[in-house]
Design a binder for this molecule. Structure first.
Ligand SMILES: [Zn+2]
Length: 460
């Protein structure tokens, strides 16, 4: 483990605009000893950029909605985007006019000895959509019925080239220490089961990849449609005579091409991580590659847990930020179990399934009924940090994402909770912490609690 304790902070451009560059950086260092900032330089998602979306503003920053549209908060240089149709993606939001959030913040952060990273998280949310962005509709996924869907396809070279252009643009034009990148998206089977969404992607690029793998795309699409119709019927009250899980498995076994397509989708997801990792390393060993790992992937969803072995990350990351938001974890897990019980786990109730899922997932948390108010425990943060540290070994650091301010929480997050999160991360073997989700939605009192805990451990 390195000597230095990593104290990262995720921050969107709006905070520097609302509160001033020097003033904001002073708060980071004074309150919490932050030594690495992660600027959300490109985002359409409220969890990563913009003011708090809950209408409940913290004790600093703008106190009214900013109606985030999103895009690039730096000026994209056209010379990096010849290989893609996505060329014009500067955020149109008037609040950001005249700002280059990277160029305006990096020098001040470097003067303080901070490391600076860009970070991007491609979220599960389909909104806000980059509707205004010319060329984006050309990279959208195609669903199993042949319709364009709402998110970009990982096998589409047009989309991938756009990303390679963004990385080129960032690393050539700005004095960065690296990039944190991540995707928070469900695979086609999970998105049907958990989120009642249509299965994707059957675009020409995915079909071409399937052809190389000798997968029958027509059978796969037919299988997904069959399962989608089945799950829709179950959600509508259909009670299959042989039970909901067994009937689901019967459909799946009838169409093994669906599982082949799952692998194709997951490989596209992982492939983009690997290519971006290699591209960053191409620029030189001084650049760090960090990956954010969604809580749905690292904790909640057994299908995603099976598909993403955390040990694999050591092939292409210098460090990981697994999201272990324990306070909102209770309400979010309840929501996840409820959705599973509306479909394939519908043979028993959420409160019956919860202790079984705990066993399967390696959790030991409050009973279902108490979970939203209780949240997940600090012990969860410790145990899951330890699992990840052990999985990736000594060459890859783990910096748990600790949730100080997160929307949709049924449970307040107070300074003692925050100190527990830091204590648990360090007890689990973390090399530091990533203060999340976003400075604009957390309170200064909670931020100060990070500093209190780190000082108590002699880490800052
Ligand atoms: Zn595709």
């Amino acid at each position: 483990m390195s000597e230095k304790t990593f104290v990262g902070m995720q921050v969107g451009g709006i905070s520097f605009i609302d509160e001033g560059v020097e003033e904001t950086l002073d708060i980071f260092t004074d309150l919490a000893g932050v030594n690495a900032i992660f600027i959300s330089a490109l985002s359409w998602a409220r969890g990563n950029a913009g003011r708090s979306g809950s209408g409940d503003y913290p004790d600093h920053g703008g106190q009214e909605p900013d109606n985030l549209q999103g895009g690039a908060f730096f000026p994209p240089d056209p010379k990096y985007y010849h290989g893609t149709t996505i060329k014009d993606f500067t955020a149109p939001d008037p609040l950001y006019e005249g700002w280059d959030i990277l160029g305006d913040v990096i020098p001040a952060a470097k003067e303080r000895g901070m490391e600076v990273f860009t970070y991007y998280c491609e979220t599960a949310h389909a909104r806000p959509k980059p509707l205004w962005q010319p060329g984006f509709s050309q990279v959208l996924e195609i669903d199993a019925w042949g319709r364009k869907d709402t998110r970009p396809c990982f096998h589409n070279p047009n989309y991938k080239n756009w990303w390679f252009g963004v990385i080129d643009n960032w690393l050539n034009e700005y004095d960065l220490n690296g990039v944190m990148w991540g995707i928070e998206r469900e695979d086609p089977l999970s998105s049907m089961i958990v989120s009642a969404e249509v299965p994707t992607c059957f675009c020409v690029h995915c079909r071409s990849e399937a052809h190389r793998r000798n997968i029958d795309a027509g059978r796969a699409a037919e299988g997904y449609r069959r399962i989608y119709d089945y799950l829709t019927a179950v959600r509508g009250g259909h009670e299959p005579p042989d039970g909901k899980l067994i009937t689901f498995l019967r459909h799946l076994f009838e169409y093994p091409e669906v599982l082949q397509w799952q692998k194709l989708w997951w490989d596209g997801h992982k492939g983009l991580y690997r290519e971006i990792s290699g591209q960053i390393r191409f620029f030189g060993p001084q650049y760090q590659v960090g990956f954010g790992i969604w809580q749905m992937i690292n904790t909640f969803n057994p299908l995603l847990r099976a598909a993403f072995d955390p040990a694999e990350y050591k092939l292409y990351a210098d460090w990981l930020k697994p999201v272990f938001y324990n306070a909102p974890g209770g309400a979010r897990f309840v929501s996840f179990v409820n959705k599973m019980c509306q479909t394939i786990l519908g043979d028993a109730s959420p409160s019956e399934w919860t202790p079984i899922l705990y066993k399967i997932l390696g959790l030991d948390e409050a009973p279902y009924e108490d979970l939203p108010a209780a949240g997940f425990s600090p012990e969860y943060v410790k145990e899951f940090t330890r699992r990840h540290v052990e999985a990736v070994g000594p060459d890859v650091q783990v910096y748990p994402g600790i949730g100080l301010g997160v929307e949709t929480v049924d449970r307040a997050i107070n300074p003692p909770d925050v100190e527990d999160m830091v204590d648990a991360s360090l007890a689990g073997g973390a090399g530091g912490v990533m203060i999340s989700r976003n400075y604009s939605e957390l309170t200064l009192t909670n931020l100060a609690a990070v500093g209190t805990a780190l000082r108590r451990h002699g880490r800052i």
